[in-house]
Design a protein around this ligand. Structure first.
Ligand SMILES: Nc1ncnc2c1ncn2[C@@H]1O[C@H](COP(=O)(O)OP(=O)(O)OP(=O)(O)O)[C@@H](O)[C@H]1O
Length: 278
């Protein structure tokens, strides 16, 4: 990977990012900074605009208004340079049920231009990193939902990205599988120092694993900080000795608008992983 990044560059900077589908603004003047090396959570209920914002960062959607930079590179001007720095695990299934785990990861190694000689060891390393070494030669169609998610993580890791972007990585998984996915993410991050940008509507996961979070609602960021800062601030504002959660902070900053945009507990969409792969 070539690296002409300014040493002080943040991993992601969005300034006034706006994206509309027809007349409806999915992202509406988003300002966001993800610092290099942190695990950053973009939180919000379904429809908040998280996926749309992420797609602009990954160059999958254009940036019609505002600016997005990844490690100092403008995504509009340097799409390929940006793509080479990214690993992306989308919400939609990205593994092929009819290939083995190893073949799936090898496919991504080819697509992401991992040099031919390095491919086999890098594929093995990525599978090992997500705890799939033993299952590597089984068809992905036999994997559990949690294993599929870890396979997708290996696919994103095989190109050794500086920035790993995960869109709702644990949606539809049971609590044990969710913990397993997070443990792999945190282990990989500890080993590589890569920056992780994750979207989720599971506040408890963000509270536990993210260094900082941004609370997004109706296309805008309503609050940013460490989970502790945000809950401490609300406690101070309330002044009633209560111990607010991150979800309470979200309700506070989103106000009554939250009822129009859906709640965190009301939608537990199954990611269709198991049914589509199995
Ligand atoms: N392809 C599309 N065409 C039209 N509207 C869209 C499209 N994709 C998203 N939207 C709308 O944009 C808004 C933001 O959606 P987005 O998927 O970015 O939100 P999100 O926070 O990621 O939620 P989710 O977790 O449900 O994906 C929603 O109102 C959604 O209906």
């Amino acid at each position: 990977m070539t690296d002409d990044t300014p040493p002080t560059a943040d991993a992601v900077t969005c300034t006034g990012l706006t994206y509309a589908f027809g007349g409806s603004k999915a992202v509406d003047g988003l300002d966001l900074t993800v610092t290099s090396g942190e695990v950053f959570g973009l939180l919000g209920p379904n429809g908040a605009g998280k996926t749309t914002a992420i797609r602009c960062v990954t160059t999958l959607l254009p940036v019609p208004a505002g600016m997005v930079k990844v490690f100092g590179h403008d995504v509009a001007a340097g799409r390929m340079a940006v793509r080479r720095m990214l690993g992306y695990v989308p919400q939609q299934l990205s593994a092929d049920a009819n290939l083995t785990g190893r073949e799936n990861v090898a496919l991504f190694a080819r697509v992401f231009d991992v040099p031919r000689k390095e491919r086999a060891p890098r594929v093995a390393e990525a599978l090992e990193a997500v705890g799939l070494a033993e299952a590597a030669d089984r068809m992905a169609g036999t994997y559990s939902g949690g294993m599929i998610r870890r396979l997708e993580l290996a696919q994103a890791l095989v190109s050794s990205p500086r920035l790993l972007i995960l869109d709702e990585p644990t949606i539809g998984l049971d609590p044990i599988a969710r913990t397993g996915v997070w443990e792999q993410i945190m282990a990989v991050r500890a080993a590589s120092g890569m920056t992780v940008l994750v979207t989720t509507h599971y506040m408890d996961e963000a509270d536990q694993y993210c260094d900082r979070v941004a609370l997004m609602h109706q296309g805008r960021v309503r609050a940013v900080g460490t989970p502790r800062q945000l809950t401490d601030d609300l406690r101070a504002r309330r002044g009633d000795g209560s111990s607010p959660t991150l979800e309470d902070v979200f309700r506070d900053v989103a106000g009554s608008g939250l009822d129009e945009g859906g709640d965190f507990r009301d939608v537990r969409r199954t990611r269709r992983t198991a049914s589509r792969v199995g």
